[in-house]
Design a protein around this ligand. Sequence first.
Ligand code: BMA
Length: 328
Amino acid sequence: MKTKVLGERSLPNIPWEDRPKGSIDTVWRYSKNPVIKRDHIPCSNSIFNSAVVPYKDGYAGVFRADHKSRVMNIHAGFSKDALNWDINPEIIKFKTDIPEMEYFQYGYDPRVCFIEDRYYVTWCNAYAGMPTIGVAYTYDFKEFVQLENAYLPFNRNGVMFPRKINGEYVMMSRPSDNGHTPFGDMFISRSLDMTYWGRHRHLMSPAGGWESTKIGAGGIPIETDRGWLIFYHGVLTSCNGFVYSFGAALLDTNEPWKVLKRGIDYLISPQAPYELMGDVPNVCFPCANLVDADTGKIAIYYGVADTHTGICFTTVDLVMDFLDNNLR
Ligand code: BMA
C-alpha cells in the first residue's frame, strides 16, 4: 500500500470481489447486488441507506427500514460475514434520561461510528416533526442510549469522525429544509461533551455537474497518513428529478474543514438496474465503509433507489490515485 490506513482494524473477512478484468473504474459494484433486499424483514417495504461496522468477530449495523405503513424506522442487525444479515424486526427503542427526546415520529439514514469504547449512532429524527440529527450510543447493538440532538432543525447527514481531533468530537452535517431540500453545503461542528455542538466550519459547497444541487457526507471518514478520506453524495437536478451519485475528497488531518483534494468526476452514479429502478429511481446513497487496515480494501455500503442495500468495492490507493489525477 502506498497510503497508510490509520485507526482501522484488520478485516481479513471483509466482503470483497476483485475489480472485473478490463475495468478501469476506481469503484466497482458487487456482482450479487443488492445484498439486502427490500423485503428482508416481514414489516419492510424497503431497506436501504444503512450503516455497518466491525463488531466482535463479525459485524453489526443499524438499518433504515421503511415499513409497509411507509413510516421510516431504524433497526439493529448482526452478521458473521457482512453479507448475510440477521436484522431485528423490532425497531430500535432508545433509552434516555431526557424526556423531550422520548417522542419521535420517524428515523432514517443512520450512520454508526466507533469512538474509544462505544458505537455512536447518528441519524435523522423528527424532533417536533422537523428533521435534525439524533445522537445515541450503544455497546452491544441491543441497548441504545439517546443523547441530545446535535443541531436545531433542519439538518441531515450527520456523520462523526472516528476519533476526537484536538480533544473534540467532530461531526459533519448538512443544514437543510423540511422537505426535499433543493440546496445544501456540508459543515463541520465540534463538541467537548457530545451535548453541545458548535465552532461550526464550512466544509464544501456543491460544485457543479453530478454534485450541482446539494451534497452530504457518506460513511465514517477513513484516516490515512495523508488525511481523512471521505465519500460523499452529490445531487444533480435533471428534468426527471434528483440524481444521487457519490464521489470522494481528502480532508486535512488536524483541521478537517480544509479540503486537500476533491475529485471532479463521480465514483458511482446510478447505472445498474437496481439503482435506476425502485421507490425513488436514480439514487446511490453511501452510508458506511468497511476498511481492512492491512490491504486498504474498502467495501462501501450504499442505498440503491431508496429500495435495497448494495455494496461496491475499491482500495485506499485507488481512491488516492483518483484524487491525485482527477483534480478540480
Ligand atoms: C434524501 C433522503 C435520503 C434519500 C434521498 C433520495 O433527502 O431522504 O434518505 O435516499 O433523499 O430519495
